[in-house]
Design a protein around this ligand. Structure first.
Ligand SMILES: Nc1ncnc2c1ncn2[C@@H]1O[C@H](COP(=O)(O)OP(=O)(O)OP(=O)(O)O)[C@@H](O)[C@H]1O
Ligand SMILES: [Mg+2]
Length: 309
């Protein structure tokens, strides 16, 4: 029986599930990730991001379902580990050694030469600071050194678990720019975060999970297609609701009634005509407003960490 799937996908998951006792950390996750570009793995704390990444790296085995990385079964990680780089925990370096010497110790283990150390230092923009002690690096520089370490083997796939966690805004921008550069290099970069805003600008695609389950998968710009965009119309008197509904019907505007008012999806540009129409028919409006979600609102609603009414 072959454990290799013949397609060219970076990652393919079918019903991937991980249970820890009675906690289902990852629940029936199915996604296909094409090679190349930056893919954001998003979800609030405890959503199952790290558990997913640890399964992809073969550090823990799935309870049910299957996962393939670069065509190989996650249950046989040795078949693909040489081709995958990762940042999974807060990076640990020898603080008294320089950034370069820290990479040198790792390069020996990874079996790569000194020339590659120069290359990865260049990629993460640490050339010039490479001989400074790693212990004196800012948090952002430490994260970039950790990413440099993950790139030593020139991997096709790079898994970065929350590389922006704990960074100040300038550090986040540095990591985001680095992700964009890496995405252009032909590698597949999977980067997790619990904050959409921190990585969204760098991501070509998003995988959003909540309580272990998939809630969105697709191009980043398609997330905005899920944004609520409604005109909220509330008459002063409830008795005018049916009249108002008839007027909207006549005008060909779709709406849903909720007892106190109407909500018309996609009709936010119609507020002035609706206002005029209501006035002309003797209906006074108590409320006429656009209820429009931005990307962050959609993310928060999908992961229900904030109530939106
Ligand atoms: N080794 C473990 N034993 C028991 N439960 C675990 C273990 N690892 C993770 N969990 C649980 O699985 C769920 C998912 O955890 P996970 O660390 O994957 O989430 P996460 O999305 O990475 O969260 P965070 O943003 O906080 O890093 C949580 O409820 C967590 O408590
Ligand atoms: Mg985590």
């Amino acid at each position: 029986m072959s454990t290799t799937s013949a397609n060219g996908l970076a990652i393919e998951l079918h019903g991937l599930t991980k249970e820890f006792g009675n906690i289902t950390a990852v629940n029936d996750l199915s996604v296909r990730v094409e090679r190349g570009g930056v893919i954001g793995l998003l979800g609030p704390n405890g959503a199952g991001k790290s558990t997913t990444i640890r399964m992809l790296l073969g550090l823990i085995a799935p309870t049910h379902g299957s996962g393939h990385v670069l065509g190989h079964d996650v249950r046989s990680p040795s078949a693909y580990m040489q081709r995958v780089g990762a940042l999974v925990e807060a990076p640990v370096f020898y603080p008294k050694l320089s950034g370069r010497d820290n990479l040198r110790t790792l390069a020996v283990l990874a079996g790569v030469d000194n020339e590659r150390i120069d290359e990865v230092l260049e990629i993460v923009d640490l050339t010039g600071r490479d001989t400074d002690r790693a212990g004196d690096y800012s948090l952002g520089m430490k994260q970039r050194l950790a990413i440099a370490a993950s790139l030593l083997k020139d991997p096709e796939l790079v898994l970065l678990d929350e590389p922006t966690n704990g960074l100040d805004p300038a550090g986040i921008v540095e990591i985001r720019e680095l992700l964009i550069r890496l995405g252009h290099s032909g590698k597949t970069i999977i980067v997790s975060s619990h904050l959409l805003a921190e990585i969204q600008a760098a991501c070509d695609r998003l995988i959003i999970i909540n309580r272990g389950s998939l809630v969105f998968e697709g191009p980043t710009h398609e997330l905005l297609d899920q944004a609520r965009n409604e005109l909220v119309i509330v008459p002063e008197y409830r008795s005018d609701l049916s009249k108002l509904a008839a007027l909207l019907d006549e005008k060909g505007i779709n709406f849903a009634a909720n007892g106190v008012g109407l909500r018309a999806p996609g009709a936010t540009a119609e507020s002035a005509p609706v206002n005029r129409l209501a006035f002309e028919h003797g209906v006074t409006l108590r409320e006429l407003r656009a209820d429009v979600e931005d990307l962050e609102d959609v993310f928060l609603r999908l992961t229900d960490t904030r109530e939106i009414n």
